[in-house]
Write a protein that binds this ligand. Sequence first.
Ligand code: SF4
Length: 360
Amino acid sequence: MTTDGAGPLVELDGLKLYFPIKSGIVLDRHVGDVRAVDDVTLTIRRGETLGLVGESGCGKSTVGRTILRLYKPTGGRVVFDGRDITSLGESELRPLRRRMQMVFQDPFASLNPRHSVGRIVGEPLRTHGLAGRRDAASRVRELLVTVGLPADAATRYPHEFSGGQRQRIGLARALAVNPDFVVADEPVSALDVSIQAQIINLLERLQEEFELTYLFIAHDLAVVRHISDRIAVMYLGTVVEVSTAEALYDEPLHPYTISLLSAVPIPDPVVEREREAILLAGDVPSPANPPPACRFHTRCPYVQPTRCRDEVPRLRNLTSGHEVACHWAEDIRDGRVKPHEVEPVFDPGMPEPVPEPPPV
Ligand code: SF4
């Protein structure tokens, strides 16, 4: 879908979401924070699909849930359709919840096995007072047909359906309240490759038909490429690169994106043979104790002395609409800085709990 010139539907400004680490048996003492999302600034334009990618644990699902206000942000702002929703209470959020829906990763766990499909898909209609019993039943049948299921699926139960069909039920449930914005949290990761394409095509068709805006969360760059207008890449709670899908794949500028893309196979044996995968050293550090300055410096194959370890790289516009958080992005792009071996760094992980004071 072309979204050039479309205004923002969702704006994140310096968004932070920290989960406190508590210790102590009698007194719960705050001994640190898991910084799941740390200073994320992003815009999602009306009618577009923004792909959000990164390794598991990088904070991408937490961003989606914080936009939907399933979590209260620790800092920063969430603006939805021009309204600041960062601090709204549950009663103020209720009318907005209808406009923001979520599709979950696991189509097995996200549907109540004891409820019929009709009840599952119709539940949001009743919750938001959008339809009486009879209207709800006919709307449910209509929705099931829209997502490619037979209308009589309403009388059956989730266990009677395959993974792909269950994901269609999840989509019907999300669409029931006619939302503007859908967070699709790894919606195809649990499905067979052959089914993934069907669900992606369905998501695209529904976007056209219902004028939806998507935040599409995934760890698989190949999947995100197909559906996204723009892509944001996350590493350890921060966004390191944002651009159109085309530009990101044609000319990735952040070393993390370059490494991720170097591992995606290309369906051309000649090109594939000549390509060199850039391997990342070590594991992802703990978000409870992220490396200072550039968070990627402990694994970055392009890391340079001093500046990478001393100064936080801010997300900056390199070319029109292509933003990157790396001090050396131009030098890497122009070949002046080359990848080299990196010694894996020991990650101390979570902070040690503070010992209890001795009894007096
Ligand atoms: Fe790598 Fe340095 Fe760029 Fe960070 S700032 S991504 S460590 S080159």
